[in-house]
Structure formats: C-alpha cells, structure tokens
Design a protein. Structure first.
Length: 333
C-alpha cells in the first residue's frame, strides 16, 4: 500500500506566483514546447484550409457545375479531394486536443511529480500543497483555454469560408463540425485538465494516470455527446404523407402522426409508393413528424453542453483539493 503524502514543514514564506510559474515552466518545458508545436501545426493547417484550399476547391466546383451533364468534363478534382481530406484531419485534430490535455495532466502534471517525489521538493521551497495544486490548475487552465479557443476560432473561420462555395462542405449539424465550431472543445479540454490532475493525485503513477484520465474523458464525452440532442427542447416539423419526414438539423426523433394525435414508428417513409400508401392507411396515419434542432438551437446546445463539462471540471477540481488536503493533513486554504 502506498504511504500517505506528508508535506514537509516549510520554513520560508509561501513562494510568490512568478516563482511558481518559473518552476512549473522549467519542470514541464518539453510538454509546453510540444503543445505549442501541435497548436501551431493545427493552426497552420486550418489557415491553409480556409484560404488557398477553399479557393481552389470552390473554383473546381464552379468548373464541375458548369459542365452540366457533359460526358467529358475537365475540372480540378484533386483540389476537391484535398480540401475534403484536410478538413477531416484538422477537424479530428481539434477534437483530439482535449484528450491530449487530459493525458498530459494525468501522466506528467501531477502523476509524474508524485511518482518521482518532485512534489516534496516543491513543498520544501515554501510552496504549500494547496498552492502547489492551484498552480498546476490555474496556469495550465489559462494556456489550455487560450490554445483550444484559438483552434476553434480558426476552424470556424475555415468552415465559414467554404459556406455556399464548396458543394461538399459539411453542414452545421454534421457532428464533428458542430462540436469543433463552438465552445465544447474548450470546456472539454478544461474538464480533461481537471480530470487528469485528479487521476494523477489518486493513482500517483504517471502511465496509469495518463491512461485513466484519457479513458475517463472519453466516457464523459460519450455521455455528453449522447445527451446533447436532449439538452434543449426540440421543434417539431410536420409534413404530409406524400412528402415524408422533412426538416434539416440535429434529428431527435421522427415517425407517424395518426388522426387521433398519436405518434407511431414509421414502417416506411414515402406515401407515393403503393405498398407504403396502403400500410399508412391501415395505421390511420395523417402525416409524418420529425423532432429536430434547427440552426437557431446551435448556441443553446453548445452552451448547455459546455456548462455541463465545466461543472464536471469544477467538481473534479474540488475533489482534487479535498483529496490533497486529506492526504497531507494540512489546510487547503
């Protein structure tokens, strides 16, 4: 069993914030440089995507649309395909950043310091356990929010540049696009930081904390992603039996409406087909319905989901301070 942490008595006054910041930078300089390189690389890819790649792809689609139904048509297909590939890769990269933050926070920010005993050296330099933990949360949180927010902003600019110009540009309700264009990645990254710090304090082993933090953030993200369509009241689009279910947005559910006002699962979706028409008549159906979130619900959904993630981050932070206080036996004030 691992022995409880003991905070050595500090003979000096508490170290000021600049001193803690220098200590944090020296200890985690490789991670900071690596993270900066990753952000710059993704940012450069997004600038390339929203500028030259979008222009080239838009020009290629103009060429293609001008061909009509001509059997032999000359257009720049490679530009269209390159745009699609870079968009996919950069979108995935933006969404992966929070998991890198969680892994680093668990494996290096706290887990490695506890495993190697570096934490005790910090405490002997006039840094209380509470201030040590606060510095591991406050400074990285500012950098994490700034870096993730920058990538989200660049991604949204790149996506907006292709709107109405690139025929295969992703719609706003495409799941990766929806998430990468709003506040969710920033809140997810902050939740990953807090979860990683807590995992490092709990497990005290860098690799174990790294894997646990990434897995825990994955479980949290899956839960929020699954619940997201239900975080805001949807609107209902009603359509005729001939038209089938209509409405564009984030779908929540759809089916049949009967003459009595009941909702039923739809066995088919086209009243123009003889077989489907007779089936719908047997069910006494009068129309189709579709519950969905239109574009006007974009920011409410983003903000509610982000609020839930920030709540988890706050709870994980509180748990980390309480755990450290219990283990060191010192006040966390």
């Amino acid at each position: 069993m691992t022995a409880a942490l003991t905070a050595p008595a500090a003979t000096d006054r508490p170290a000021p914030a600049p001193r803690q910041l220098r200590w944090l930078y020296r200890l985690h300089r490789p991670a900071l440089l690596t993270g900066t390189a990753i952000v710059l690389l993704i940012g450069a890819g997004l600038l390339w995507l929203g500028g030259p790649l979008t222009d080239a792809s838009a020009a290629a689609w103009k060429q293609y649309d001008a061909c009509g139904f001509t059997p032999s048509c000359s257009y720049d297909q490679s530009s269209i395909l390159l745009y699609k590939d870079v968009y996919t890769y950069t979108t995935v990269a933006v969404l992966v950043v929070p998991f890198l933050v969680a892994a680093w926070a668990g494996g290096s920010l706290t887990g490695r310091e506890l495993e190697s005993g570096t934490i005790r050296l910090a405490w002997t330099q006039g840094v209380s356990p509470a201030r040590w933990l606060a510095s591991r949360l406050a400074f990285p949180a500012v950098l994490t929010a700034a870096a993730t927010g920058l990538l989200v902003w660049l991604h949204r600019l790149a996506w907006t540049a292709a709107e109405g110009r690139v025929d295969t540009a992703k719609p706003w309700h495409d799941s990766p696009t929806f998430n990468a264009n709003g506040t969710v990645p920033v809140a997810l990254a902050l939740a990953g930081l807090a979860i990683g710090v807590l995992a490092g304090l709990l497990l005290r082993r860098s690799m174990t904390a790294l894997a646990t933090a990434a897995a825990a953030l994955g479980a949290l993200w899956t839960a929020v992603h699954t619940a997201l369509p239900h975080l805001w009241p949807p609107v209902t689009e009603v359509s005729s039996l001939r038209d089938g279910p209509t409405g564009v947005g984030i779908a929540v559910g759809e089916g049949l409406l009967t003459a009595d006002g009941d909702r039923l699962a739809a066995p088919c979706h086209s009243g123009t087909m003889d077989g489907c028409r007779s089936t719908l008549a047997d069910l006494d159906a009068v129309g189709f319905y579709r519950d969905l979130h239109p574009v006007g619900h974009y920011w409410p959904l983003q903000l509610v989901a982000s609020g839930l993630l920030l709540l988890v981050a706050a709870l994980a932070t509180l748990a980390a301070f309480r755990l450290l206080r219990r283990r060191t036996g010192r006040a966390a004030g």
